[in-house]
Write a protein that binds this ligand. Structure first.
Ligand SMILES: Nc1ncnc2c1ncn2[C@@H]1O[C@H](COP(=O)(O)OP(=O)(O)OP(=O)(O)O)[C@@H](O)[C@H]1O
Length: 338
């Protein structure tokens, strides 16, 4: 099930098959004056309609890789294929008109209205005025902004979340098959960010773009990505797989530490109860977890989830606790209940 092995050890070479929208073939970057690689040779296939998230610590090469896809950064080696075409040497301006790009700083042009900002690329592509106006209104509706209220505002008359929605609308304006998004929700407060993530997932269900999305935040990656590319030290690819696969089978200790605590509990967020009913459950015989008295409830639950145990024995005295005992730790009377 994992794509980890195939994408890292067998660099693709020839023209990709039709289900591949973006192919990076041994692509690397060394910036002028730098000794090491900003991105060491990297090969990966991103499928049509797939939402791929690049995640990793600061400086590991996520943004550089993203920007090589739309040639804002010229690769030092390798080839880039988009939609079956080798675009390594294509005209970058032409290329960018067919690739949406959303960045954290939003990049709206301050002296242009919302509608002019969104209509920028369609105008460059020579669309006529009425076509642009109706596309602007359609996109504002799509990102949840009332066109009559917002189309004539300037960026500074919008909240950060609204500006980011306009940024997304602008990237979608010419209906590009690909969207590149560099920490688009990074500078937004956690509540608005959560809402934008939800909205964006719903939007993606409708528009099915091929998306490459950069973030520092593993939880954002797990929530949004069909597959996640975890970048490691020295700009290598530590794992490229689905969120469930990464949480179930982290490729190495680096990935494990990057995920942080609670992989088992977080995994449950990716599995629906309906699927569990369909699969049926079969508890392992007499599985039990042993833990010292100073182990947290969280850690014991994590281990019970991993092993299927429904009992824990605590301390040298092996005091028994059932799964239900542990669940009750979290239970409190709700308002209106005694
Ligand atoms: N224009 C540049 N000139 C020289 N070095 C650069 C340039 N841009 C990036 N780098 C270096 O390349 C490496 C990768 O940078 P990049 O911005 O791609 O990382 P990142 O993973 O996106 O980081 P962050 O999460 O902090 O944005 C870093 O060591 C960075 O200092």
């Amino acid at each position: 099930m994992s794509d980890t092995g195939s994408t890292i050890t067998q660099p693709p070479s020839a023209k990709p098959p039709s289900h591949v929208m973006i192919r990076l073939d041994g692509v690397s970057k060394r910036y002028a004056g730098q000794t090491g690689y900003a991105v060491s040779p990297l090969s990966m296939d991103i499928h049509r309609g797939e939402f791929v998230v690049f995640v990793g610590p600061s400086g590991c090469g996520k943004t550089t890789t993203l920007r090589m896809i739309n040639r804002l950064v010229e690769p030092s080696s390798g080839r880039i294929w988009i939609n079956g075409e080798d675009v390594t040497h294509a005209d970058p301006d032409q290329l960018r008109r067919h690739i949406g790009y959303v960045i954290q700083q939003i990049g709206l042009i301050p002296h242009m209205t919302v509608s002019q900002n969104i209509g920028l690329v369609p105008k460059l592509l020579g669309w006529d005025k009425s076509q642009i106006a109706s596309r602007v209104d359609e996109l504002l509706g799509l990102v949840g902004l009332d066109p009559a209220r917002y189309r004539d505002r300037y960026p500074k008359q919008l909240s950060g979340g609204q500006q980011q929605r306009v940024g997304v609308a602008r990237a979608l304006a010419a209906d590009p098959p690909i969207m590149l998004m560099d920490e688009p929700f990074g500078a937004i407060d956690p509540i608005t960010r959560d809402r934008l993530q939800e909205e964006f997932l719903k939007l993606q269900e409708r528009i099915r773009k091929t998306i490459v999305f950069v973030t520092h935040d593993i939880d954002e990656a797990l929530k949004l990505g069909d597959r996640i590319a975890i970048f490691g030290e020295g700009s290598t690819l530590a794992q490229f797989a689905t969120p469930l696969e990464i949480l179930t089978n982290p490729a190495n200790d680096y990935v494990r530490s990057f995920i942080g605590e609670g992989a088992e509990i977080r995994r449950l967020g990716l599995i629906n109860v309906g699927d569990v009913c369909a699969r049926g459950t079969k508890a392992p015989e007499r599985a039990v977890v042993r833990a010292s008295s100073d182990t947290s409830v969280y850690a014991v639950l994590e281990r019970m989830l991993a092993t299927g145990a429904d009992r824990a024995l605590i301390g040298d005295e092996e005091r028994p606790l059932t799964l239900r005992d542990l669940l009750l730790v979290a239970a409190r009377p709700r308002q209106g209940q005694s």
